[in-house]
Write a protein of this length. Structure first.
Lengths: 243, 332
């Protein structure tokens, strides 16, 4: 597969930021009360993601490794400010509906994660397509979650009534618990259908650093940490005995 | 030689109690309350009960089949969940909502966490709260129309309550509004409410059977009700007013919750100390919800909150193993 196209597929399915990487949960859970919100949030994040990815990838040779975080955050914050002002100027309704979650894109894990893990190490072209793929993956996920919640929880889709008048909406779905429920159900569905994903064994295991066999993972990394963690109290205990 | 093959694993000393005998006892204990609910609210109540039980059993069966798990060999727990859920619903609820509640109880509150024994909240209560948040109007539609001289057919369909014509607020609502209530009526159960919560008498008969069969111990219900009563005396603003306190205890779902919901094995603490802590906690929470909060009822929320604390309580009250020294502040 073309390596640019591969980036798109990667963002949409294999490493979908919402259903596989589980990144950026705060906007995912908070603003997906309607499909329209999902479109607004997803596209804003996509724009920020693409712009920051490209800029960081272009500057990656000049940014000193030790202080890269402040560089990244300045770039991301500038992009978010631009997007926020654009939204306020041209689509005030969307800006109103998304509220605080637009400025909060600055601290969205997806953007920081991609900038740090991908754009800082790859060429401008690849980073551009990575940004598009990841952004589209996020947008599709938000629209999916938003659609489920809006149709079942309010009886409408993109503010158009789709359910019959007699349908009594399950209003819990547009409330906070509904976000968790729908997200969990869709993630479970993706795993059950074995859609291409990094975590359900449908990808070649050699392609992943940890082996990717989550079902049989015994958490060796954590077991090692556990040993480290439990060593300390034992030392204290022996010190106590000497007392 | 063939005998050797038939030696089962330890324990060799056995007790005849199994999951299905316990569940069967719970079903028997719930029969008085269900029958009274049908008498009180008519055949529609029976239909609601059948709907939730059916939807619970079908959901469990379909889930086990789809997930290729062993279909539970008739342990009745899904029937108990369906029955408890129905007793927690008003008789006027649309059937599809009752069925949806059953699916939610089994699928989301129980099976996805690993089935019976792994569910961290009471499935029936979780479904009740789910329905209550989703359809608040339908779930508190207790008002009934009085029919002046009902025919036998109307009486069958609508239940005994149409004669009395309970309309408007439930007794708990009256208490909240500062009125006095008819305690005798509340004890017998000729009042509006959900199908199973109205009759304290029927619930107590069922609970007495469970105590007699030693399926449950009175520790959680007693600590729950007593701590709630103390809370009501201190913070209720009525002092030691028997009508107020008893009205609160007999009204709403408190008895149903205390006797049948809070005592669920899976979602209540194991140790004696833990059970007392659990009972007192939900008693105080119910008091806060009912007396200080704006809502009228809070039993289901408090029991669910208590359920969430059960692992912590169990951990705190873990008994000392025989022969082990007490460890204080990490020093021996």
């Amino acid at each position: 597969m073309n390596k640019y196209l591969e980036r798109l597929v990667n963002g949409l399915f294999k490493e979908n930021p919402t259903f596989v990487l589980m990144l950026g949960m705060c906007p995912t859970l908070a603003i997906t009360t309607s499909a329209m919100n999902g479109v607004g949030m997803g596209l804003s994040t996509t724009v920020v993601l693409i712009a920051s990815n490209v800029i960081i990838a272009a500057l990656r040779k000049f940014i000193p490794n030790t202080v890269r975080m402040p560089y990244f955050i300045v770039v991301v914050a500038s992009m978010v400010t631009i997007v926020q002002l654009l939204l306020q100027a041209y689509v005030p309704d969307v800006s109103e509906a998304l509220g605080i979650y637009i400025p909060l894109i600055v601290v969205n894990c997806i953007i920081f994660g991609r900038v740090e893990a991908y754009a800082a190490k790859h060429s401008v072209g690849l980073s551009l397509f990575d940004g598009i793929g990841m952004g589209l993956g996020f947008t599709v996920a938000l629209i999916l979650i938003g659609s489920f919640r809006e149709i079942l929880g309010a009886g409408t889709w993109f503010n158009i009534r789709v359910m019959p008048e007699s349908y009594e909406p399950i209003s819990m779905l547009v409330q906070p618990p509904g976000a968790f429920l729908v997200l969990a159900m869709l993630t479970a569905l993706q795993n059950k259908l074995k859609l291409p994903s990094a975590t359900n064994g449908s990808v070649k295991k050699t392609a992943l650093s940890c082996g990717g066999d989550c079902a049989n993972c015994k958490g060796e990394v954590f077991a090692m940490n556990h040993e480290l963690n439990t060593k300390e109290p034992q030392k204290e205990k022996s010190a106590g005995k000497e007392d | 030689m063939s005998d050797l093959y038939n030696v089962s694993a330890a324990p060799h000393l056995r007790y005849p109690t199994k999951t299905n005998t316990i569940m069967r006892d719970v079903i028997i204990a719930l029969i008085p309350a269900s029958l009274f609910g049908i008498y009180n609210f008519g055949l529609r109540a029976l239909l609601v009960i059948l709907t939730t039980v059916l939807s619970c059993t079908v959901t469990e069966y379909v889930y086990c089949r789809l997930m290729k798990k062993q279909v539970n060999p008739w342990d009745y727990s899904d029937i108990v969940t369906g029955l408890l859920l129905a007793l927690n619903l008003p008789a006027s609820i649309p059937m599809w909502m009752a069925a949806l509640g059953g699916v939610f109880a089994i699928l989301i509150a129980k099976m996805v966490f690993g089935g019976l024994g792994q569910n961290f909240i009471n499935p029936a209560l979780a479904a009740r709260v789910f329905l209550f948040i989703s359809f608040p109007g339908r779930m508190s539609a207790f008002a009934l129309e009085k029919i002046a001289s009902p025919t036998t057919k109307e009486l069958l369909r609508h239940g005994a309550l149409v004669i009395d014509g309970v309309s408007g607020a439930t007794p708990l609502g009256q208490i909240k509004a500062g009125e006095t209530v008819n305690l005798m009526k509340m004890f017998i159960g000729n009042i509006g409410g959900t199908i199973g919560e109205t009759s304290a008498l029927a619930l107590l008969i069922g609970a007495a059977y469970l105590f007699y069969r030693k399926v449950i111990t009175p520790i959680i219900p007693l600590s729950y009700i007593l701590s709630f009563a103390v809370f009501a005396i201190i913070f209720g603003g009525h002092g030691f007013d028997a009508n107020y306190i008893l009205g609160h205890i007999l009204g709403g779902g408190l008895l149903l919750g205390a006797l049948f919901m809070a005592t669920d094995y899976v979602t209540s603490p194991i140790t004696l100390k833990g059970q007392v802590i659990f009972g007192v906690f939900i008693g105080i929470m119910t008091g806060i919800f009912r007396i200080i909060g704006t809502g009228v009822e809070g039993v289901s929320y408090s029991i669910l909150l208590g359920n969430l604390l059960v692992p912590l309580i169990d951990n705190l009250t873990r008994p000392k193993a025989f022969g082990k020294e007490r460890v204080k502040n990490g020093k021996k």
